[in-house]
Write a protein that binds this ligand. Structure first.
Ligand code: SF4
Length: 296
């Protein structure tokens, strides 16, 4: 007996994935063999999260891309601020929720779709792989490919099946506040301090799927019964960011200080991340940035 998502029409990938995830995570539908595999995978990551520091030691798709000045400071050898010593359990919960989400989607996905998780990818041609400070490889949370278009059309509109045959999905665990903000975010207008769009754009470029858009799927770690908050990021936004990152990284390697790029781009709305206007800030370089004013 199949426990996959019953036939139903969805207007887009975003709502389809959220429905598959919710169906697959039910105790009635989740596949126990997948649970065994993914919970074992999570165990290793959970242990690493709490017994070692998890600061990035290189420029990666997930680190130091949201502001042009990050790569500049990193390459100059400026130390990035450390995360709190107690952050490990937050990462541990994130790893577990990622693996459970992989189980849920793989359990609930109907015939005609292929789901791959933790896909190892070579970074794109424009990524400075030859430079020691840049990571060489990355991992994509999930890629769903349409294998049988006729089956897929039972769930998605014909135009979607034909124009978006693959969908890249990046899961993010979020606190309740971040989860609500993610639901209303206007991508590329609102500040992306934690670099979600930069990461997604880099991976989309690595896989050559930027034409199809990509999904950021927010998991509410404060309210685990909440729906999966899936948002489709349009291809035009991914492409704009790929160009931005290419230019920023090239200039950083040349030693050109871009100044307070993120603050200039987002003005007072960047304060939450940059630590200005009385806000504590999350930017790992906020102190050295403030001590070296250039543009603001
Ligand atoms: S404080 Fe803001 S402008 Fe300065 S490096 Fe950090 S993100 Fe960029």
């Amino acid at each position: 007996m199949s426990n996959t998502l019953p036939i139903e029409s969805f207007p887009d990938w975003s709502r389809f994935i959220a429905a598959v995830w919710n169906h697959g995570r039910s105790v009635k539908n989740i596949n126990p063999e997948l649970v065994e595999t993914h919970v074992n995978a999570a165990a290793e990551s959970v242990k690493d999260s709490v017994i070692q520091r998890n600061e990035a030691r290189s420029i990666r798709p997930s680190s130091f891309l949201s502001c042009a000045r990050h790569a500049y400071f990193f390459l100059k050898g400026e130390p990035a601020g450390e995360m709190p010593d107690e952050i490990g359990s937050t990462f541990a919960v994130g790893h577990l929720l990622h693996e459970l989400s992989y189980c849920a989607v793989k359990s609930g996905i109907p015939a005609g779709f292929k789901v791959s998780t933790e896909v190892a990818v070579d970074l794109p041609n424009w990524w400075p792989k030859e430079h020691d400070s840049f990571t060489k490889q990355g991992h994509v949370d999930m890629l769903i490919e349409i294998e049988d278009p006729e089956e897929a059309k039972k769930y998605l509109p014909v135009a979607v099946v034909e124009r978006q045959p693959k969908m890249l999905i990046d899961f993010k665990t979020m606190g309740g506040y971040g989860y609500r903000k993610h639901g209303k975010a206007i991508f590329d207008y609102d500040p992306d301090g934690f670099g979600y769009i930069s990461q997604l754009s880099t991976y989309a470029s690595a896989l050559g799927v930027e034409e199809y858009g990509a999904v950021i799927a927010g998991i509410n770690r404060d309210q685990l019964q909440a729906r999966l908050n899936t948002r489709l990021v349009d291809a035009s936004i991914l492409k704009w960011n790929i160009n931005r990152l290419q230019e920023n990284l090239k200039k950083a390697i040349e030693g050109e200080d871009p100044g307070e790029e993120f603050l200039v781009r987002h003005k007072s709305e960047a304060s939450f991340y940059c630590g200005r206007g009385g806000k504590p800030g999350y930017c790992p370089f906020k102190d050295v940035c403030r001590a070296n004013p250039k543009l603001v």
